[in-house]
Design a protein. Structure first.
Lengths: 449, 548
């Protein structure tokens, strides 16, 4: 087996120990991120950029009383490390009190998560070039123009505190996406895969899907309005990637969120969504694994946020938990929506009139009280009439409350890991089904293709 | 082409001839102790706050960089350039009367970009020894060679003069990294306290992010350029909660980032202005819901700059127009170049947009770009007609026959040592009107309209047609006067029609520089900092929606 990318657990521990020994602060915390990233990018049916880099960055956080400051550096010869430790201490001494500071955690029990896949960690530039060639070939054969991206990461991370906590973790991630366009710029199709394990990335299927969407999609007019919408998993994932941030107890308790109770406190225990909606996080979820600890060393455990429509949990920082006399809960490190057993084909067949959406673009928050967002459809938007796709239609801007969307879920498909970040880089793992929802608000036409 | 005026939001920290002023510091140690509480701070503040020795780039780094270039050429590159870059960030964040963040980031490394045939390869390392650097250079060449064999292609680099020994530093009078954290904290906490005095104000956050980039660039053609860039990003957000707890409204984006030193922050008078911004947050709670429909729209430059960024800045990036960003940032409606250059009427005849890397205080203002091309200024939209794109050396040749411009406009930038340079947005600014109208003149020219201040939620499609932009503060204008505050306003439209609806623009006395630290593009994604200057502007008959 090839050597794993990133510093080994022994090295991570040795560097952490060295820093903690140098520290003269009341408390000290060390975070290390070490790893490799390689990428290959295609546009106009040629490789336009490709590169690689190795880096290790260390964050040293020093605390005197309630005064806290941190220094991040990628230089760690002994002298430079000493300099960084002293600088963080000097800054911490100068920092005014932070009354919300809670003393560093001691040793914790972290669940064991295996997130590093050799298939990804040992992926060579040659393999990336071959994947790029598949995109170019499939597009060129169909007289289309490929713009693809492959992002590969492999590395390790660690957290250590002067109270004896140490955790380390290794992980890999890979994303492969393709936008294929017609030479006249009137058609565009997209597909993509993301995972921790390169063996689960289906480059040929991705390429064929993007090419097919491009071939099938040549816009015709459709009026804006509220539609029954079938969202493919990527489209759902891009919205849930935003939704996950709403599950925060402090903003709810402070009256700044949908989960705020007008009378004070929050709405945990209330049924707020359709009963088919269950949302949770699990750092061990296969091919969507994450570190079992946060940057501060708080354990990340499986957590259900919404169970059959009922709000079960909100995350709370150690400070907020302390204020409420509750246990701290780490925020979602990945986000999973429980699927159903409807296929996209069945959703289409059950729809009298509606739209099928591939993915979104430029999603921006509008109103946190209803968790509403705006954004645009992109790279494959179709009209459904009487149970079948009848024609491709223009792109649209949507203005949509995600709460109301999750209150109007009709059907769910099986859950899959999706490439949910708009820039198609390896990102927070999102695992979601295709959804059929009612009353999705397509507010205006977009001429963009 | 006229020269752009000095921005009004910078004047307080500039001398009459536009140089950074030596402003008096506003806070003494005693002020700080009052705020922080004498007990908690006593005894710990005796150390000098100056940063630990800032290592600047020396002859050692020059030699290592030349070694990288030599190694790439020896390995078979047809051309190579490289950079040693050290980027330092310092962030201090506050919330109400507490410090939420004190962080310093320091990242240092070297990269090389090699051209083999027509293909690029890039590699970067944090290991600054001769052997690691030679390996890095060979890897860049190997990647370029592999790409050239899979998909051979042609690349022509536009000519550039050789600059064998140049230096450039962002004009500033106070290096932000020499200002103590306690002084920055005192300023922010004091401003927060002023905001919290107003009715209904429950939350205030504020921060200052300082950036120092030391960049040494070398090319195999013989240029060697050393630059130090300063940028600074102040921010403040004030939240009011209604008496019955059912509503909250925030006033954010009250000040702009700048390519300046700390004197810029002093000139903003955060403490003096905080009550006004807080009052606006509270007023938003009782503002009148906007009636959707057609309205005349006055965009204050604090809002208009981001509209320029999204609808003029992005679509005039040449790599977008050619499809290089199709898989992420998108393409451009200003396409194909042979049809739109010199033909596309994007606005009225008085509308002049200038691309530049020279504007005083601009976040994209530099001496030379990442390919050793000197900073310049050029027309992008002239008399309302689209005339030129933003380019790098590689891109200049693509449209040379259409524009007659043979050289790069100097738009190459990589965000740090790890990142391959590519085309990034320069400052793109709207020239003020020659009639020299004031803000009051523009308001007076409006019978029934809405004036928008501050950037809000912004969203635009991947070809830059469909806009939906919001703001911070909305004023209904009736019969040439501010009438009442509105809420939940967003303006929507299609870019070409929107700019052609521009009817009146203000003069030099309204020219203001807005900016973003977060201009994102590329895969892997890179961020760029960029400024946009503009006067107050009036657009006729724009569609307004209610976002509540």
């Amino acid at each position: 087996m090839a050597e794993e990318k990133g510093l080994s657990t022994n090295d991570l521990r040795a560097i952490s120990d060295r820093i903690l020994r140098m520290s003269v602060a009341d408390h000290c915390r060390v975070n290390i991120n070490s790893g490799w990233r390689g990428y290959t990018r295609v546009a106009t049916n040629r490789i336009t950029s490709a590169g690689g880099r190795d880096n290790t960055a260390i964050t040293i956080t020093s605390i005197f009383g309630n005064k806290i400051a941190s220094v991040n550096t990628n230089r760690f010869d002994d002298d430079e490390l000493e300099l960084a430790v002293r600088r963080s201490e000097e800054m911490a001494r100068l920092a005014p009190d932070n009354p919300e500071y809670i003393e560093e955690l001691g040793p914790q029990n972290f669940s064991s998560v295996s997130a590093y896949y050799e298939s990804t960690g040992s992926l060579e530039p040659q393999t990336r070039a071959e994947a790029a060639a598949i995109a170019i070939q499939q597009a060129a054969t169909a007289d289309q123009i490929a713009a693809s991206y492959m992002d590969v990461r492999a590395g390790t991370s660690a957290v250590a505190t002067s109270n004896g906590l140490f955790g380390s973790h290794s992980s890999t991630g890979v994303a492969y996406t393709l936008t294929s366009r017609s030479p006249d710029g009137l058609q565009s199709g997209w597909a993509g895969d993301e995972g921790n394990d390169w063996n689960n990335i289906e480059t040929l299927r991705v390429a064929n899907d993007a090419v097919r969407k491009c071939r099938d999609w040549n816009k015709t007019a459709l009026e804006p309005g509220e539609y029954t919408a079938i969202l493919e998993p990527t489209a759902v994932g891009m919205l849930m990637f935003r939704m996950m941030n709403a599950f925060n107890q402090r903003t709810a308790d402070e009256g700044r969120s949908y989960f705020s109770n007008p009378a004070g406190g929050n709405r945990i225990g209330e049924i707020l969504f359709d009963e088919k909606v269950t949302l949770y996080s699990d750092p061990s979820y296969p091919d969507a694994e994450t570190a079992p600890f946060t940057n501060s060393g708080l354990p990340v455990n499986p957590k259900v946020w919404v169970n059959a429509g009922k709000l079960e949990n909100l995350s709370r920082s150690r400070y907020w938990a302390d204020q409420q006399n509750q246990e701290a809960i780490a925020g979602p490190s990945n986000f999973i929506m429980q699927g159903g057993d409807s296929s996209v084909e069945e959703m289409i067949a059950s729809t009298e009139r509606g739209v099928l959406l591939t993915r979104f673009w430029y999603i921006r928050g509008l109103n946190p009280r209803i968790v509403s967002y705006t954004g645009l459809t992109r790279d494959g938007t179709f009209l459904i009439e009487n149970g079948r796709i009848t024609r491709p239609v223009t792109n649209f801007r949507f203005n949509q409350s995600l709460v109301s969307m999750l209150q109007n879920v009709e059907m769910l498909g099986p859950s899959v890991r999706v490439a949910a970040s708009e820039n198609s880089s390896v990102s927070t793992p999102i695992v979601v089904p295709a959804l059929k929802v009612n009353g999705f608000n397509l507010s205006s036409v977009s001429d963009a293709i | 082409m006229r020269k752009l005026p000095l921005p009004i939001n910078h004047l307080a920290s500039l001398t009459a001839d536009g140089r950074p002023a030596a402003l008096p510091r506003q806070f003494s140690r005693r002020d700080f102790l009052k705020i922080a509480g004498a007990g908690s701070a006593a005894g710990l503040l005796l150390t000098n706050a100056k940063p630990v020795a800032a290592q600047s780039l020396t002859s050692t780094e020059r030699e290592l960089l030349l070694h990288a270039i030599d190694s790439a050429m020896a390995a078979g590159a047809d051309y190579a350039d490289g950079r040693v870059i050290r980027t330092q960030f310092e962030a201090i964040g506050t919330r109400e009367q507490t410090i939420t963040q004190v962080q310093n980031t320091d990242s240092f490394g070297i990269n090389v970009r090699a051209l083999v045939g027509g293909s690029w390869g890039f590699s970067a390392t944090r290991d600054l020894d001769r052997e690691s650097i030679a390996n890095m250079a060979r890897e860049a060449v190997a990647i370029a060679s592999a790409n050239n064999s899979v998909a051979p292609t042609e690349t022509i680099l536009a000519p550039v003069d050789v600059y064998p020994d140049e230096n450039w530093v962002t004009p500033h009078s106070i290096d932000p990294f020499t200002v103590s954290l306690e002084e920055k904290a005192a300023l922010l906490l004091n401003a927060n306290a002023e905001a919290l005095r107003e009715n209904n104000i429950r939350f205030v956050s504020s921060s200052v992010l300082s950036v120092k980039e030391e960049r040494l660039v070398a090319t195999s053609e013989g240029s060697l350029i050393n630059q130090t860039l300063f940028r600074i990003n102040p921010s403040m957000s004030i939240t009011a909660i209604s008496d019955d707890g059912t509503d909250f409204q925030s006033r954010s984006a009250v000040v702009e980032p700048a390519g300046r030193g700390y004197e810029y922050i002093l000139g903003l008078d955060l403490v003096g202005n905080a009550p006004k911004w807080a009052e606006e947050a509270a007023m938003k709670l009782n503002a009148v819901a906007v009636e959707p429909g057609k309205w005349d729209l006055i965009l204050h430059p604090s809002n208009l700059w981001l509209t320029i960024h999204e609808s003029i800045g992005h679509p005039t990036e040449l790599d977008r127009a050619y499809g290089y960003e199709a898989n992420y940032a998108g393409t451009s409606f200003m396409h194909p170049p042979e049809e739109v250059l010199g033909n596309l009427q994007l606005g009225p005849e008085f509308m002049q947009f200038v691309g530049n890397r020279t504007e005083a205080g601009g976040c994209a203002t530099i001496g030379w770009d990442d390919e050793g091309v000197p900073a310049e200024s050029w027309p992008i939209i002239e008399d309302g007609i689209f005339v030129d794109y933003q380019t790098t050396r590689e891109q200049a040749a693509w449209i040379e026959d259409l524009t007659g411009v043979t050289r790069s406009h100097g738009c190459a930038y990589g965000q740090n040592w790890e990142s391959m340079p590519f085309q990034r947005m320069p400052n793109v600014s709207l020239m003020p009107g020659e009639e020299n109208l004031s803000e009051d003149d523009v308001i007076a020219a409006t019978e029934r309209g809405i004036m928008v201040e501050g950037r809000g939620s912004y969203s635009i499609d991947q070809q830059r047609y469909n806009i939906q932009f919001a703001g911070q503060v909305f004023w209904e204008i009736r019969n040439g006067r501010k009438y009442q505050m509105l809420r939940d306003v967003a303006y929507v439209g299609r870019t070409p029609e929107f700019w052609n609806a521009l009817d009146v623009i203000g003069g030099d006395s309204t020219y203001f520089l807005g900016a973003s630290f977060g201009d994102a593009k590329g895969q892997p994604i890179q961020v760029n900092a960029v400024s946009h200057g503009c006067p107050i502007s009036l657009f006729r008959d724009i569609d307004i929606i209610n976002t509540a």
